[in-house]
Design a binder for this molecule. Structure first.
Ligand code: MG
Length: 399
């Protein structure tokens, strides 16, 4: 159950990432199938309480272009940062409006953020006395002071934690802490708010939130975040097909593949009539033998009126996971004369990948006309067909 406290997300992607030894800053480099930055952006975008996402990038046109490319298809604000992390965060905060009282500040180098961490960070804010929250991990190793290579006293590790991001704050307090900060450049925001008198609550961190600093960290974190590349031979591969049609009626645009396309018509239907997501949902349900979209979301049930169809596909994804399966491929063909699909193909792919929580490479979107023949040819409606492939691990092996 997610906590519904609206928040702004600020992702600091301002580093040059030279230590990673990559040709481009690491936040824009490919990581398990998508740019590193996109992992965090998608996690925030998928959270129902996130009202805006601001990315702070180095102050040069190339970085802005790389960032725009890395997050294409998701609504984000791209802001130029400063010379230090602290100045970059301040630049991000300056861009926020008052649509939310809470801001989550995150480092793009930590791709393993998920809804569970976000919820854990938000929950303590129900207490008005809480200024901020952060995830932290206990320290497993013995910690000791050292003085010029000579061992000094052991530090009590029970009182030490390793601090991660995102860190969440009441926006007004964080802004004030930044404005009044007089110390040396701070490496995280929680210490600034704490020094300003704020109370920061520590919630359990996650190994998945480890920071990627060096090139070899890419492989280590990737192995943790992308278990969809199983080493073992799958026990079973299943495919399912889906087909859907919706009628075109006068309107101002339509939803296809989770993307709104302005058009002089819309698709008629009980939900948002997203013909692409409906076909894919049926294909995924077909692969796991779970009936069809109408079984789970009956059109007779008023609660699905106007519903965004991403929730249908999200439900199907959960059912796949409940069977320990993983979606390895989806291919969809749209059949229509208009609107043109090409300009929206990439946004659809990335949105569908986001809903299914798979790399974009697993998603294919194609389009065809029917040479003006039949109902699609006459522009009376749009059809979509899809095929989904689900892989199940060998029985008895760890999922
Ligand atoms: Mg439908």
């Amino acid at each position: 159950m997610s906590v519904s406290i609206p928040f702004h997300a600020v992702i600091v992607a301002g580093g040059r990432g030279e230590r990673a030894g990559l040709p481009i800053p690491k936040q824009f480099a490919n990581f398990a199938g998508r740019p590193l930055l996109r992992w965090s952006v998608q996690a925030f975008a998928a959270h129902p309480s996130c009202v805006s996402i601001t990315i702070v990038v180095p102050d040069d046109p190339e970085s802005r272009a790389l960032a725009a490319d890395a997050v294409a298809g998701t609504e984000v604000r791209i802001t130029s940062g400063g010379a230090t992390r602290q100045l970059s965060v301040a630049a991000g905060l300056a861009a926020l409006d008052d649509a939310a009282e809470i801001a989550l500040v995150h480092d793009a180098a930590r791709p393993g953020i998920d809804a569970q961490v976000i919820d854990a960070l938000l929950a303590p804010f129900q207490d008005r006395a809480v200024s901020g929250t952060l995830p932290a991990l206990p320290v497993a190793d013995t910690l000791s002071r050292v003085d010029a290579h000579v061992l000094d006293a052991v530090v009590d590790r029970e009182k030490i934690v390793r601090i991660q991001t995102p860190q969440a704050f009441r926006l007004a307090e964080l802004r004030k802490a930044h404005a009044n900060w007089a110390g040396v450049a701070a490496t995280d925001d929680a210490q600034m708010v704490r020094m300003a008198g704020g109370r920061i609550i520590v919630v359990p961190g996650s190994r998945k939130l480890e920071k990627i600093t060096l090139n070899e960290d890419f492989q280590a974190v990737e192995a943790m975040l992308a278990p969809s590349k199983p080493a073992q031979v799958p026990a079973r591969v299943a495919t399912g097909m889906g087909f859907d049609v919706h009628r075109l009626i006068p309107g101002e645009g339509l939803w296809m593949g989770g993307v709104f396309i302005p058009f002089h018509q819309k698709l008629e239907g009980h939900s948002d009539a997203d013909v692409v997501l409906h076909a894919i949902t049926d294909a995924v349900l077909g692969a796991i033998g779970e009936g069809d979209i109408g079984t789970h979301f009956p059109p007779s049930d008023a609660q699905w009126r106007g519903a965004p169809s991403d929730r249908f596909l999200d439900h199907a994804r959960r059912l796949v996971e409940a069977q320990a399966g993983s979606i390895s491929h989806v291919d969809c063909t749209l059949i229509c004369e208009a609107p043109k699909v090409g300009p929206h193909r990439s946004a659809m792919r990335s949105r569908i990948a986001e809903i299914l929580r798979v790399p974009e490479e697993y998603i294919s979107i194609k389009a065809t006309t029917t040479e003006r023949l039949g109902f699609t040819g006459r522009g009376e409606g749009i059809a979509a067909q899809a095929i989904a492939t689900v892989v199940f691990p060998a029985s008895g092996s760890a999922p």
